[in-house]
Design a protein around this ligand. Structure first.
Ligand SMILES: C[S@@+](CC[C@H](N)C(=O)[O-])C[C@H]1O[C@@H](n2cnc3c(N)ncnc32)[C@H](O)[C@@H]1O
Length: 482
């Protein structure tokens, strides 16, 4: 088959090739298989689907037989690490729409933060996952998307009658689905929504339309974050005081370095006036960690992105002051720690951005991975100190970085900083974000990776109160330049 060079060539494309691709997608062949067989890139397959259907989907005509109305043995998540091995295919849920989220995510959010009859808004509804969950769980729902084809797809997925009473809901509500721009939630009154579930397309990672005006998936990272400020202020406006707003967002990679879109979007929502109630890490399961990818990850020293952020914001009851700028928050003081000596590890090195280790061996495994990949020194935190205010913390971190880079023994090509979120006055203080803010303008540091450290055994780590147990930490890795 002919090899395509760019999406622009689609118009001139052999129609037999397009038909063969669409037929293979309809038969359920994976994109990876089709790409290999027909010598096309994944981006080109994406463009073929978008041109054919107006949507980034494998097969829009696929009828679904409902096999189950709910996930088996469902339990609410109790910690800050959410990891679903299977995406979930109860009711009319399906994984055909590129990049749609697992129904376990809106189910957890809806059950944790709303009651039957409450109003849920999804301003980026895509294939309708949130709307399906809201209908199943007896919540009212407003669902919007910039792409009219998504509205059609969502309405199709909502063609079912949920069995009443099964989920403690006395009745169901048909979601209101329409075309709309998340940056301007016109028609939705202020202070009326109980929960926003938002899953924006992040900055050109996946394309969602053939250039529909206002489609945020067409933007650069910078332009995308700027537009998310409008989304944040509209979500703030329509939420009731005390209402929650969850946003699933991931990072991107450019020139083998991380672009921290996740924390920039978190900044946009905090600037709109929100408090941060939780910061969940959503782990992706489809990462390639063996063979070719293992070798590449070691040779070129990069990690495959395997996590996204799910910050859960709250509109304050009153206009609270932003905690991060106040002196009320105390952060642990940063110190420079010598790692080593290098221990032999039975396991191969980690190749994705999520490092999961048994709790009792966490320190040993982290040290071995950091030593081999990056550095013999780590900036961690001193226990037991009184703690410092955010401004002092940032200054101290800058100074510690200077100590490491300036030391005669320093051969560092990388600088690694450890951070863990914590709660203060009921809000989460996003410690990794403070590190990024503190070192962002350092002339010799270029952000390389954001690694999530998570314990293997989450079963017994559940918070005693209504909050999630914070179980993850981060390693923020910088390449030393200049
Ligand atoms: C990641 S997908 C959402 C997937 C959804 N959670 C699901 O499970 O199907 C992002 C969606 O945002 C839509 N979108 C892009 N820009 C938008 C905007 N300005 N306003 C509303 N929707 C937009 C895209 O069309 C796409 O369907």
């Amino acid at each position: 088959m002919a090899r395509l060079k760019s999406a622009q060539e689609l118009s001139a494309l052999d129609s037999d090739l397009v038909s063969a691709v669409l037929e293979a997608k309809r038969r359920g062949q994976s994109d990876a298989q089709i790409a290999k067989q027909m010598k096309l890139s994944l981006r080109q397959l994406e463009q073929i689907a978008i041109h054919a259907y107006g949507l980034n989907i494998s097969n829009p005509d696929r009828a679904r037989r409902i096999r189950a109305w709910a996930p088996q043995q469902f339990q609410l998540e109790g910690t800050t690490v959410w990891s679903f091995k299977h995406r979930g295919n109860w009711a009319t849920h399906h994984g055909q729409y590129r990049g749609n989220w697992s129904p376990y995510i809106p189910r957890n959010l809806i059950l944790r933060y709303t009651k039957p009859g409450d109003l849920v808004l999804d301003p980026f509804v895509g294939s309708g996952t949130t709307a399906i969950e809201a209908k199943l769980l007896g919540r009212r729902c407003i669902a919007r998307d910039i792409n009219p084809a998504c509205v059609e797809l969502t309405l199709k997925s909502l063609q079912f009658l949920p069995p009443l009473g099964l989920f403690n809901s006395a009745c169901y509500f048909e979601p209101e689905v329409s075309v709309g721009d998340a940056r301007d939630l016109q028609g939705i009154e202020s202070d009326t929504v109980d929960l926003v579930c938002a899953h924006p397309p992040y900055a050109g990672i996946i394309s969602y339309s053939a250039g529909i005006a206002g489609d945020l998936s067409q933007l650069s990272a910078e332009a995308f974050v700027a537009e998310m400020r409008s989304v944040a202020s509209e979500c703030y406006r329509v939420l009731k005081p005390g209402g929650k707003c969850a946003v699933l967002i991931g990072d991107a990679r450019k020139e083998k370095h991380i672009v921290p879109i996740g924390f920039r979007v978190i900044e946009a929502f905090l600037s709109a006036g929100f408090l941060l109630r939780e910061l969940v890490i959503k782990i992706q399961h489809n990462c390639k960690t063996t063979g070719f990818w293992y070798r590449r990850s070691i040779e070129h020293n990069f990690l495959l992105l395997a996590h996204e952020y799910l910050p859960i914001f709250e509109k304050p009851e009153r206009n609270n002051q932003c905690l991060l700028n106040g002196d009320a928050v105390k952060l642990p003081c940063p110190i420079v720690e010598e790692l080593g000596p290098l221990e032999e590890l039975a396991e191969p090195l980690k190749t994705s951005s999520v490092w999961v280790f048994p709790n009792n061996a966490m320190k040993r495994h982290v040290a071995a991975n950091v030593l081999r990949r990056y550095s013999s020194r780590l900036i961690s935190h001193s226990e037991g100190s009184q703690g410092v205010a955010p401004a002092e913390y940032k200054a101290a971190l800058w100074q510690r970085a200077g100590e490491v880079l300036g030391s005669p023994a320093c051969d560092a090509r990388f600088l690694v900083v450890e951070a863990q979120d914590f709660r203060s006055n009921g809000s989460v203080v996003p410690a990794a974000k403070l590190v990024l803010d503190a070192l962002e303008s350092h002339p010799r540091l270029w952000l390389k990776e954001i690694v999530v450290l998570a314990p293997q055994d989450l079963a017994d780590a559940t918070a005693a109160d209504a909050n999630l147990a914070i179980v993850h930490k981060y390693l923020i890795v910088y390449e030393v330049i200049g």
